[in-house]
Design a protein around this ligand. Sequence first.
Ligand code: DI6
Ligand code: FE
Length: 397
Amino acid sequence: MLLTNATLATMEGAPAYGLIEKGAVALEAGLIAWVGPADALPSAFRDQETFDLEGRVVTPALIDCHTHIVHGGNRAREFEMRLEGASYEEVARAGGGIVSTVAATRAASEADLLAGALTRVDAMIAEGVAAIEIKSGYGLDIGTELKMLRVARAVAQQRPVRVSLTYLAAHAVPPEYRDRADAYIDEVVIPGLDAAHAEGLIDAVDGFCEGIAFSPDQIARVFDRAKALGLGIKLHAEQLSNLGGARLAASYCARSADHLEYATDEDAKAMAASGSVAVILPGAFYTLLETVAPPIAAFRTHGVPMAVATDCNPGSSPMASLLLAMNMACTLFRMTPEEALAGVTRHAARALGVADAGRIAPGLRADLAIWDIEHPAELAYRIGFNPLSRRIFGGEL
Ligand code: DI6
Ligand code: FE
């Protein structure tokens, strides 16, 4: 297949967006075979099924590198209660909060969890997404954590999308381990990690390092096991306070540290040194009416790659639109539209340890998005508008 007359945002560095006007992309056997200005197309690539894109913008297909898209139930009632003035504690006492999602996820069948996840995955695919990271973390017992990961894996069997699996049993302390977080790590998180790894259900291991969740020491024990098994490492760090999570993650050469509202210049330096990606999650900032923004300028200055993701979850970010996350990253955090697009392509791939996607370059997977726009800055600019024309997944339109 040959795409011609395209405005290519290759995301391959200078000029901005790696832009190629009047570009062409040749696809072969599910991969990108050639990319460049159409008038430089080698004759070997000319004799193919050709699509004239009439100047439309082509980007790498989008990548949502941080989601909790598999979960039972929803928290709309809790949303109403909070708007009626209920405190977080009152919500929790009425059975709300993360514990209610854990109960709903434990009670749900795999088929029901999959059906719920697919409605959200379909919304993402409709916006040009071709790869999604999905975390466990609403089971908090070994059986349900594995159930969530199997459902996440099934998403990739049911839809044309790639799924990265992340084990997040260290997300919250379940009610049956109240005030016994260390025992929960020893008896559930680490044995569950071994079991899920043995079943081939984990690409990376994540945790929630926060006063209401786990301390850096507790997270370090989980990371030690992850490292011994050769798994990627990620961390929810400095979302609500600074406990040193970003520096802990950097000390394990984590693929990413995520949220980072309370991260400092020192944290940014440590992440730059370890090559960890800063995953920016404006949906949670917006939903929680957070006022402290992540230190974007420090990440920029120290050369920390920034990704942008939805954090799609029923509590703090009930959002399935990666385009909206891009807009929020620009409007709320003053990221540039180019940084936002790199955040859902090139840097999102890196946050997942995925080397064959996120840019338009020869040899990478032919996962592309074709947009009815004239310039790539339009993707972050509009709100509630989806300009996707076509998506190409593994070379298939
Ligand atoms: N940070 C968050 O914002 C979500 N998890 C996390 O580690 C909250 C999840 C929830 O409220 O269900
Ligand atoms: Fe999250």
